[in-house]
Design a protein around this ligand. Structure first.
Ligand code: BGC
Length: 898
């Protein structure tokens, strides 16, 4: 009897894919992680694609890319810009290596790949990317403003009429704004983005957006209309972070070039300048932080259309540019992604109504209503109701410091014009809410349909899905997604209501939850550029990014601002792309060097510690030093990836020193306890790799005992939630981890869910008195944990981007069915299991051009494994009574495990 027959508790059933001849196709082409991106500034854009193959085990060994300006040529296999050699590589992304790219140019491209038997696929479909300005010296327009004082509340309109005499071939608008904008041409709004451009540190970098407006222009008179909002640029509301005193604050301004290419090949640019006209709009107040007020009586019909007489309008004034760095916005924009009808409407008074949208979210509402002229309607948006069932802001207005009552928190004000049905929806604000109290100073007729909500966020494509037989798990996963998205607005935020701040700590804790579930790379690359903009010469980073200056002296220790290392590292793991690490390398280094300078011992207490704990408090020196270790380690690994030998040695030694110092101070080698043996202490040490190898089992056992003693409930804060479940499941206690993760009594995620949460909260008790936002993602690691511990899907540091997938599922007792899918750069990974009596039916899909290393645990031998060793797609690396470790080629597999 051979070894396999003897010990194998796993039956390999079949390879589901059909063997035979390959018909592989290259699909899902993206440039800079977007489909056909318009207006990029990157001199070396990155290309990615996936391969679809009927053939199990397909691997790319080389590729070829063609880039050209003529679509037909490219589709027939030749490019006038770059025809790459055969590039020997099995991985993506590929980086453009052709001659310097021109601005304002559409480049078509396609790719083909060669498999390991040297067969080429056909050329892929032809797609494109289009360059924007490429160099800011290519701007022609002036920055203009209406020059009113920044305290003036109404938002300004700008318009420009011009004539086109010839036939238009193509037209693009390039628009950069300090503040926010809505652009219209001939009375029609351009694009479906919201809150553009996304927030940056305005005095360091400004983003411009490109619009294809070819079909919006007509021969003859055209009118360009721009409405400017304040956004974070001109923060008129007052709160504890002093954004009203931001160094960049001014009346919003913008710069725009409309480049028209005519059919005869000639070009014309219509730019911003003093010939633009400006007037105040009916948006009588707008604050990204609080709300928007609109007086429909001030509407000027046709202001952005030909034929309008701009009476009383004056000329705009050229003004200084907000920064000397104006770059393309290349990301998934903010949109009104989901329209949500009200689930109920109740009349709470003669002129007061309460709308309930059934779920918590970030976004806006739109009201459709008719009423008498001058009727003033207030729409108060809240996350919860008070004991009398009234809309209640008291959990989220705590940091707001209004100076009068003209700017009520999260309350839009709409004044009717009094003509037919009117509608209002804010353009330059969003809120966090589930309920809206509508009140009016005059009688109105409202129905449940009068108000519609829009869930807004950066419109990142979903890249993961979780489904299980446990309803609470499913709902928790959905709630985590809702909180993650509610906190993604071109930068990750802590909450969509009370702050909207780019809190660093919250974001690095949530990075895996983000990346398992959503294709977020474009947002994080933008946000890490914000980090680079904000870093002080001495290496210090602020606690919130972007910032007006607040947070450089509080909360910005390594436990929070390790975003600078942790986020690029995770992008590398999830996308196999080292560009962000490369771009942030010096910044990580300056940050680590700064801590080293301040804390030469290797131990630091700089930070906030285990924020919002259940009860026990872990010393913050311990957690901050752990994060300092993480940063030094990521830096040393990055140095090695980037071939920086001396740095690699230096930071490896530094990481070792930190680990040694932490262990000397906190680890009791006799007992295997860290500090006083709290959940956060033990799990942070295990999860972040501080524990000496020989003591790992002991520390894990101590953690398990601690958790048992805590009644299998969590006793952690923010930093502990990142570690606790993973530390258990990755160190031999997956069953216990699941028991903790699936609790439905206090304190637990399930406790929130069974009490009706549709988003994650900021605090564990439902009746906590402070830190009580109902839409925080900071405790969101559990969603990533579902993928990792239950689905077993991990990226492999050695072959990142899921080129090789580490599959390590745990078929935990008490859960009958679980499935996780993740859309990796190479394709869809599926890890799905179902318990049938004492057997687990496990199905896996490994996408083409990737491999997996699967570890399966079976506890009992009930049947001989017959086919496992015979299948050529499976390579057995290890096999004993406990487990099998297999190497899987691309394909679909099914196993029965007993
Ligand atoms: C935020 C948190 C943040 C914390 C740090 C809070 O006000 O909402 O999520 O991490 O401050 O101090």
């Amino acid at each position: 009897m051979n070894r396999i027959d003897l010990f194998l508790p796993i039956i390999f059933l079949m390879v589901l894919s059909h063997p035979g001849f390959s018909q592989s196709t290259v699909t899902k082409l993206q440039c800079e992680y977007l489909e056909n991106p318009l207006g990029i500034d990157e001199s070396h854009p990155r290309f990615t694609w996936q391969t679809v193959s009927e053939e199990p085990g397909l691997m790319q060994q080389a590729y070829q890319i063609i880039v050209g300006t003529d679509e037909l040529d490219v589709s027939s296999g030749s490019g006038n810009v770059w025809e790459s050699e055969t590039i020997k590589s099995g991985t993506i992304p590929a980086v453009y290596q052709g001659p310097e790219l021109n601005p304002f140019t559409r480049y078509y491209w396609c790719v083909r790949i060669q498999d390991e038997s040297a067969n080429w696929t056909d050329w892929s479909e032809v797609v494109w990317f289009e360059t924007g300005l490429m160099d800011q010296h290519n701007w022609k327009g002036h920055w203009i403003s209406d020059t009113h004082d920044y305290k003036l509340k109404p938002a300004p309109y700008f318009r420009k009429a011009f004539n086109t005499k010839k036939q238009i071939l193509s037209a693009r608008v390039y628009i950069s704004v300090a503040g926010l904008y809505e652009l219209s041409i001939n009375g029609e709004r351009i694009g479906d983005h919201r809150l553009d451009p996304t927030y940056t540190r305005f005095d360091r970098r400004n983003l411009y957006v490109t619009h294809d407006v070819t079909t919006n222009l007509r021969q003859g008179e055209n009118v360009l209309g721009v409405l400017l909002g304040n956004g974070w640029y001109n923060h008129q509301s007052t709160a504890v972070w002093y954004f009203d005193q931001a160094p960049w604050r001014a009346r919003p301004k913008f710069c725009m070039d409309l480049r028209i290419t005519y059919a005869d090949g000639s070009e014309e640019t219509v730019s911003t300048g003093s010939d633009w006209q400006t007037a105040l709009s009916p948006v009588i107040f707008n604050s990204i932080y609080t709300a928007e007020h609109y007086d429909a009586r001030l509407e000027q019909a046709g202001w952005d259309s030909p034929g309008f007489k701009p009476e009383g309008w004056r000329n705009a004034m050229p003004t200084n540019a907000p920064s000397q760095n104006i770059t393309a916005q290349v990301l998934h924009p903010i949109r009104h992604v989901t329209e949500i009808p009200a689930v109920s409407m109740t009349r709470q008074g003669e002129k007061t109504w309460l709308f309930d949208f059934g779920r918590n979210m970030a976004g806006v509402t739109r009201i459709n209503v008719s009423g008498a002229e001058g009727t003033t309607i207030r729409l108060k948006h809240t996350e919860r109701l008070d004991e009398n069932g009234k809309a209640d802001l008291s959990n989220i207005d705590v940091h707001y410091r209004p100076t009068d009552d003209s700017d009520p928190f999260q309350t839009d004000i709409f004044i009717l014009r009094g003509e037919g049905e009117e509608r209002f929806m804010p353009r330059f604000n969003y809120k966090g809410f589930q309920y809206v109290e509508v009140s009016s100073d005059q009688p109105l007729e409202l129905t449940k349909e009068s108000l519609t909500a829009y869930f807004m966020h950066s419109d990142v494509p979903p890249s993961g899905n979780v489904r299980s037989s446990n309803t609470t798990l499913n709902r928790a996963w959905e709630a985590a997604n809702a909180s993650y998205l509610s906190n993604l607005f071109g930068y990750p935020t802590d909450c969509p209501q009370r702050e909207k701040n780019g809190w660093t700590g919250d974001a690095h804790i949530a990075i895996e939850t983000g990346l398992y579930n959503f294709d977020g790379i474009t947002i994080y690359e933008k946000w890490l550029a914000d980090h680079r903009d904000e870093q002080q010469p001495n290496g210090v980073l602020p606690a919130i990014i972007p910032t007006d200056g607040w947070g450089y002296t509080w909360a910005n220790g390594p436990d929070w601002t390790s975003t600078i290392a942790i986020i690029p590292w995770n992008i590398y793991l999830f996308y196999g792309d080292s560009r962000l690490l490369e771009r942030c390398y010096d910044n990580i280094k300056r940050y680590v060097d700064h801590i080293d300078e301040l804390y030469p011992s290797g131990i630091t207490d700089w930070g906030l510690g285990d924020w919002v704990p259940v009860k026990s408090k872990t010393p913050k020196e311990f957690t901050s030093s752990a994060y300092y270790y993480v940063d030094a380690l990521i830096l040393s690994k990055t140095a090695s990836i980037l071939g920086k030998e001396a740095d690699f040695k230096h930071y490896t030694a530094l990481a070792e020193k930190i680990k040694k110092t932490v262990n000397e101070k906190y680890l009791n080698r006799e007992t295997g306890l860290y500090g006083s043996g709290l959940q956060t202490e033990l799990s942070v040490a295990l999860y972040w790799g501080l524990v000496p190898q020989e003591l790992q089992a002991k520390v894990a056992e101590n953690l398990a005992k601690r958790v048992e003693a805590d009644d299998k409930h969590i006793d952690v804060g923010l930093l502990g939630t990142k570690a606790i479940l993973n530390a258990l499941s990755e160190n031999g206690y997956p069953e216990l981890a699941w028991e903790v993760a699936s609790q439905e009594t206090f304190p637990s995620w399930g406790w929130w869910i069974v009490n009706g949460a549709t988003t994650f909260y900021e605090n564990w008790p439902l009746d906590a008195k402070s830190d009580i936002s109902m839409n925080h993602i900071m405790f969101g690691e559990i969603s990533a944990w579902y993928y990792k511990a239950l689905g077993g899907i991990f990226p492999d540091e050695e072959q990142p981007g899921f080129k090789n997938i580490l599959l390590n599922p745990n078929f935990v007792n008490g859960l009958d069915q679980f499935e996780a899918t993740h859309e990796s750069p190479y394709g869809t990974i599926v890890s799905s299991w179902k318990r049938k009596g004492r057997t687990v039916d496990y199905q896996v899909s490994v996408p083409a051009n990737s491999t997996a290393r699967l570890r399966l645990r079976g506890t009992k031998i009930e049947e001989k494994g017959k086919n496992l060793s015979k299948n050529t797609n499976l390579k057995i690396l290890e096999l004993d009574q406990e487990q099998a470790i297999l190497e899987l080629k691309a394909g679909d597999y099914r196993f029965l495990i007993r």
